[in-house]
Design a protein around this ligand. Structure first.
Ligand SMILES: O=C(O)c1ccccc1NCC(=O)[C@H](O)[C@H](O)COP(=O)(O)O
Length: 213
């Protein structure tokens, strides 16, 4: 099975559905303006029964040191996802500060955006290749928008990576086929409304991703 990350989990039933269906990464969102945001205490409760082998990932947007430390004091995350404008040097700092592996999200809309994959590949432990948010977007991710997957076709990456952006059970197998992704990440595509995850959609997505890898 390929690696699936279900991002923006807020309810225990959805965590359970994702784990039972075979998700390898669970994303807990600490960006205050997101409809998927959880507190550190809520994330800790959601993570309590996550089995070994499934990584709990904390998603942050340009976090300062205090937010990372305060969150980790309550929620024993396995990985940090940086989804803002963090420079490569900040990725290295966050790794050192937290002692955790870092996933860096890279927004892609055009060929020029791919240069960042190399720069961040030198410092991050994993890359998350997402659609670049439109200029007027409120959220830097989780917008349910796809990009032209053909941009990634045949591309060599320095680190393991996940494909994200507008993925659903209906399109994920084709996205994997076109990009060669070893893993995928989804948020909106397993929701009935922003922030409202659905267990059936989670199961359908993971089964479809498995069929594509
Ligand atoms: O999902 C959010 O609300 C969010 C807010 C701020 C920064 C990042 C956010 N999501 C990042 C993710 O990892 C999403 O899973 C990824 O962007 C794909 O989202 P979608 O297109 O909705 O599947």
């Amino acid at each position: 099975m390929g690696q699936v990350k279900i991002c923006g989990l807020r309810q225990a039933a959805h965590v359970e559905a994702a784990v039972h269906a075979g998700a390898r990464f669970l994303g807990f969102n600490f960006f205050p303006r997101s409809p998927r945001c959880v507190t550190a205490a809520q994330a800790a409760a959601l993570m309590a029964d996550v089995p070994p082998g499934v990584a709990s990932v904390g998603l942050f947007v340009d976090p300062d040191d205090a937010l990372l430390q305060e969150t980790l004091a309550l929620a024993p995350l396995d990985m940090i996802q940086l989804h803002g404008h963090e420079a490569p040097a900040r990725v290295s700092e966050v790794k050192q500060l937290t002692g955790l592996p870092v996933i860096k999200a890279i927004g892609v809309a055009a060929p020029d955006d791919l240069d960042a994959l190399w720069d961040y590949g030198l410092v991050a432990d994993m890359l998350l290749v997402d659609a670049k948010p439109p200029r007027d977007a409120v959220l830097p991710g989780g917008n349910g928008l796809a990009f032209d997957w053909r941009l990634l076709s045949g591309r060599k990456m320095l680190k393991p990576w996940l494909l994200a952006g507008g993925l659903t059970a209906q399109n994920v197998a084709e996205a994997i086929r076109l990009t060669g992704a070893q893993g995928v990440d989804v948020s909106s595509g397993v929701e009935t409304a922003p922030g409202q995850k659905d267990s059936d959609l989670i199961r359908d997505f993971i089964a479809a991703a498995d069929g594509g890898t």
